[in-house]
Design a protein around this ligand. Structure first.
Ligand code: FPP
Length: 242
C-alpha cells in the first residue's frame, strides 16, 4: 500500500514490464542483444530514481518462463549481461542500501548465474532501503501452479485455504502487491506477470521502448498515479471519507 507523505502519495511498490529492447535495436540496424545491453542503462537509471524517490520495492520483469523459448544465442546473451551487471553493481547496491531479491524458478537458471545472484542476495540481505526484485524464469501461471502443489503437499484442508494463505505460498510472499505496473514498448498486455498480485494495481502503458525510457517519464507516470482514485471496490464517496 502506498505511503502518504504530506499531500503526496508515494507508491510503495512499482513493477515494470521492460519491453521493446529488440525492436529498439532493430530500428537502429543492430541485433537484439544490443537492445538488452542498452536496456541495462535504463535499469540503472530507474533503480537510481527509485532510490531517490524512496520507493520500497521495484520489481523488474527480466526474464519470463516463456523467454526460455527464445533463440539460444539471445538467452546466453541475456544471462551473460545479468552476471556482468551483478558483478558491476553489487558495490553500488551496498553504497545505496539496495537489497536484491529474486522471484521465479531460480533452479532453472544456469548454475553460474544462480550462484552470482545468490551471492549478491546474501551480501545485500541486510540493506534496508530499496528492494530491487528481479523476476527471473518467472511467470504467474508457474507460480500459482507451484503454490497449489505446495498446498496439496502440505495437506492443507480446503476449508483452511484463504487468500492470505495462497499469497503466502507465492514466490512474492514477503513482497507487498504492486501499487503500479508499468509496461514499456507499446504492447497493452500483462504477459503472465504478477496476475494474482495485480488485482488492484494501477496499470500504465507507454509506447517508449525500454532503452529510451527515462527517469523523467518514470516520474511523470508516478504523478499520473497520484491523480488516480484507488477505490478497491468501494464507492468514490466511501474512499473520500476515509
Ligand atoms: C524485453 O524486450 C526484454 C527482455 C526479455 C530482457 C530484459 C533484460 C535486460 C534489460 C538485461 C538484464 C537486466 C538486468 C536487470 C540486469 P524484448 O526483447 O521482448 O523486446 P521486443 O518486444 O522489442 O522484441
Amino acid at each position: 500500500m502506498e505511503e502518504q507523505t504530506g499531500e503526496i502519495l508515494i507508491p510503495c511498490h512499482i513493477a515494470i514490464v521492460m519491453d521493446g529492447n529488440g525492436r529498439w535495436a532493430k530500428q537502429k540496424g543492430f541485433d537484439r542483444i544490443f537492445g538488452h545491453t542498452n536496456g541495462i542503462k535504463t535499469v540503472r537509471e530507474i533503480t537510481e530514481a527509485s532510490v531517490e524517490i524512496g520507493l520500497d520495492f521495484l520489481t523488474l520483469y527480466t526474464f519470463s518462463t516463456e523467454n526460455w523459448n527464445r533463440p539460444q544465442t539471445e538467452i546466453e546473451g541475456i544471462m551473460q549481461l545479468l552476471v556482468q551487471s551483478i558483478e558491476k553493481e553489487t558495490e553500488t547496491f551496498m553504497k545505496n542500501n539496495v537489497r536484491l531479491l529474486v522471484i521465479g524458478n531460480i533452479e532453472r537458471m544456469p548454475k553460474d548465474v544462480a550462484a552470482k545472484l545468490n551471492g549478491c542476495i546474501e551480501q545485500t540481505s541486510k540493506n534496508t532501503g530499496l528492494s530491487l526484485v528481479l523476476a527471473l524464469s518467472y511467470s504467474s501461471r508457474w507460480e500459482i501452479t507451484k503454490a497449489i502443489k505446495d498446498l496439496v503437499n502440505e495437506k492443507i484442508p480446503a476449508e483452511d485455504i484463504t487468500e492470505q494463505l495462497v499469497s503466502k505460498h507465492l514466490t512474492t510472499n514477503k513482497i507487498p502487491d504492486p501499487d503500479m505496473i508499468i509496461r514499456t514498448g507499446g504492447e497493452v498486455r500483462i504477459s503472465n506477470f504478477l496476475l494474482w498480485q495485480a488485482a488492484y494495481s494501477e496499470l500504465f502503458f507507454t509506447d517508449t521502448f525500454w532503452p529510451d525510457f527515462t527517469k523523467e517519464e518514470f516520474c511523470a507516470i508516478i504523478c499520473e498515479f497520484q491523480n488516480r482514485e484507488r477505490r478497491f471496490g468501494k464507492t468514490s464517496e466511501q474512499v473520500k471519507c476515509e
